[in-house]
Design a protein around this ligand. Structure first.
Ligand code: GZL
Length: 340
């Protein structure tokens, strides 16, 4: 896919409101049913016909990154911006997410936005959306289905994130025997697949050896329990480096290392990806050694793509948002000014 990089963008203040059954003074009604939240614009027939109804199938609420992404999407797909948003969080369950998309199709929404939990299994439901002439825009993660089955995608270059993290590891630790354990993201997800590939390519030929690699499903609890298992198997002294596919699993590993009497960031070095507030604080505190950013604020771009596609404008298949990376000194300089 042709790569177009979007510059990092001003970050709108975010105050997403989704409360069950609330009606604001503008006559907007928000109803919550079975994990789905619908925010409808008030204003009568004329206004209603101009409103774009969007079904958004989010992965779930697995991490700090996801919370920031959801907030960005709900703020962008607001009634003030001309949208009625039907929001579904699939609790990291691919089957539930596909069923949510099928519901959106049956409801006859104007457009569907998906942050796909995993890459595979999307061909049938995307073909059903195409048959119903409902455009699909992907945000964040990608799918293995043909790009003919969706209008566009906006997100991050996960492989490049893995390369950035691996290059730093190679530079810092590659010349000495280094035993590394990996905390993988959700099995089958694009970020887990691509970050692993990028990191592996960057450390090729170095003295960094991967002694174990298991999924913590991008959650803090998952990272903690997998790290507890690693410590039980190898001991604090048997592990030199942790590569965690996201901050939340790295934060869970910190808890496990400290509970075992180790000093994270010193006895065991930690490299993560995301750069959410809690991760950046651990970096400033010296418990994480390096973080590659993965910008979650994709809402404005996704909303812009929906409007362009519905207006029949030409759009590219892929829009990449740029990332940066932080060591402990760089994190201390920026942590107070970061929006997430
Ligand atoms: C990456 C995103 C990943 C984050 C995790 O774009 O899909 O999912 O790295 C999140 O924190 O759970």
């Amino acid at each position: 896919m042709k790569k177009r990089f979007l510059s990092t963008f001003a970050l709108a203040g975010v105050a997403a409101l989704t409360m069950a059954g609330c009606t604001t003074e503008t006559g907007t009604t928000t109803e919550e049913t079975a994990g789905e939240t619908t925010t409808e614009a008030g204003g009568g027939e004329e206004a209603a016909s101009d409103v774009i109804t969007v079904g958004f199938a989010q992965t779930g609420a697995e991490s700090g990154w996801r919370s920031a992404n959801t907030e960005s999407m709900q703020t962008a797909f607001s009634e003030d911006n001309g949208f009625e948003l039907i929001f579904n969080a699939a609790d990291n369950d691919p089957a539930a997410q596909i069923s949510a998309v099928r519901n959106f199709i049956n409801q006859g929404v104007d457009a569907i936005v998906i942050a796909p939990v995993v890459e595979d299994g999307w061909d049938d439901v995307l073909a059903e959306a195409a048959s119903a002439e409902i455009p699909v825009i992907l945000e964040d993660r990608t799918v293995s289905a043909s790009e003919d089955l969706y209008a566009s995608w906006v997100g991050l270059d996960f492989e490049a994130e893995g390369v950035k993290a691996g290059e730093w590891a190679a530079e810092q630790y590659g010349d000495t025997e280094t035993k590394m354990v990996v905390l993988e993201g959700t099995t089958g997800s694009a970020p887990a697949n691509d970050r692993a590939a990028g990191f592996a390519s960057a450390i090729e030929g170095t003295m960094i050896e991967t002694i174990d690699s298991q999924t913590g499903d991008f959650t803090r609890d998952g990272g903690k329990s997998v790290m507890e298992g690693y410590i039980a198997n190898y001991g604090i002294d048997g592990i030199d480096l942790v590569f965690a596919h996201n901050d939340d699993m790295g934060l869970g590993a910190i808890e496990a290392i400290e509970a075992a009497g180790g000093v994270p960031g010193e006895d065991i070095k930690i490299i993560t990806i995301d750069a959410v507030k809690d991760g950046m604080q651990a970096l400033v505190d010296g418990k994480i050694n390096y973080i590659v950013e993965c910008n979650p604020l994709l809402g404005d771009q996704a909303a812009d793509l929906v409007k362009k596609v519905l207006a029949g404008e030409d759009v590219d298949k892929a829009y990449y948002v740029e990332d940066q990376a932080f060591d402990q000194a760089a994190a201390a300089e920026v942590i107070d000014s970061r929006p997430y």
